[in-house]
Design a protein around this ligand. Structure first.
Ligand code: C5P
Length: 221
């Protein structure tokens, strides 16, 4: 075979999207950031004044919006009903609510169907929480990418570079809380698939992690 699917899962801020993008670029594969889809639903619900506790309204809303992922110059571009929301879905407001929205069964059903469709012709690097365990159980290569919560908070803190005026301690608490919600939800929670390869990026550079995954992918061809 000449192309495989690669699933990259792990907790918030482990570097999944940066690594996944690099791997996709190197292999000439399509990069799919599934977290961006859950973020787009969350952004849309917030904008439309839908209560984050109203599962029925969230479900209907998720079923009626159009989310489009497109390759762009700086990675993946996300369109919500045709509008570019690539930057807006990264807001703190969205980040604080996304785990609750993503715990809703029908929201997941809708997005998982899209994700499976996108991976049908192989050659995708998909990152998220449940890709190897649920969305693409037959992915030829599954990676579970972790790093200590301190390191993940520190990376995010440096990335924010003073925007958002949030302390390192607060960031660490929010990341830990999001992980807890993602791990404890009933439907396809964040877990390490039994056949996933665990990579701890705490003391690895992005390039080292990406090279590692590219080399592993070659063993699967
Ligand atoms: O990857 P990112 O941090 O952007 O994901 C945002 C949120 O979307 C996660 O915290 C999680 O609640 C949800 N998510 C999910 N399943 C995925 C990807 C993301 O539930 N496959």
């Amino acid at each position: 075979r000449d192309r495989i699917n690669i699933a990259i899962d792990g907790p918030a801020g482990a570097g999944k999207s940066t690594v996944a993008r690099k791997v996709a670029e190197t292999l000439n594969y399509i990069y799919i950031d599934t977290g961006a889809m859950y973020r787009a639903v969350t952004l849309s619900a917030l904008r439309n004044g839908i209560s984050i506790d109203d599962k029925e309204m969230l479900s209907v809303h998720a079923e009626n919006i159009v989310i489009t992922l497109m390759p762009g110059a700086a990675g993946q571009v996300v369109l919500l009903n045709g509008e570019d929301v690539t930057t807006d879905i990264r807001s703190r407001e969205v980040t604080l609510h996304v785990s609750q929205v993503s715990a809703v069964e029908r929201v997941r059903l809708r997005l998982v169907a899209m994700q499976r469709q996108l991976a049908q012709s192989k050659g995708v690097v998909m990152d998220g929480r449940d890709i190897g365990s649920h969305v693409l159980p037959n992915a030829e290569l599954k990676i579970f990418l972790t790093a200590s919560v301190e390191e993940r908070a520190l990376r995010r803190f440096k990335e924010l570079n003073g925007r958002d005026s949030i302390s390192l301690e607060q960031l660490e608490r929010e990341i830990a809380e999001r992980d807890r919600k993602d791990q404890e939800r009933e439907i396809s929670p964040l877990v390490c698939a039994p056949d996933a390869i665990v990579l701890d990026s705490t003391s690895m550079t992005i390039d080292e992690v990406a090279d590692n995954i590219v080399n592993l992918s070659r063993t699967k061809l």
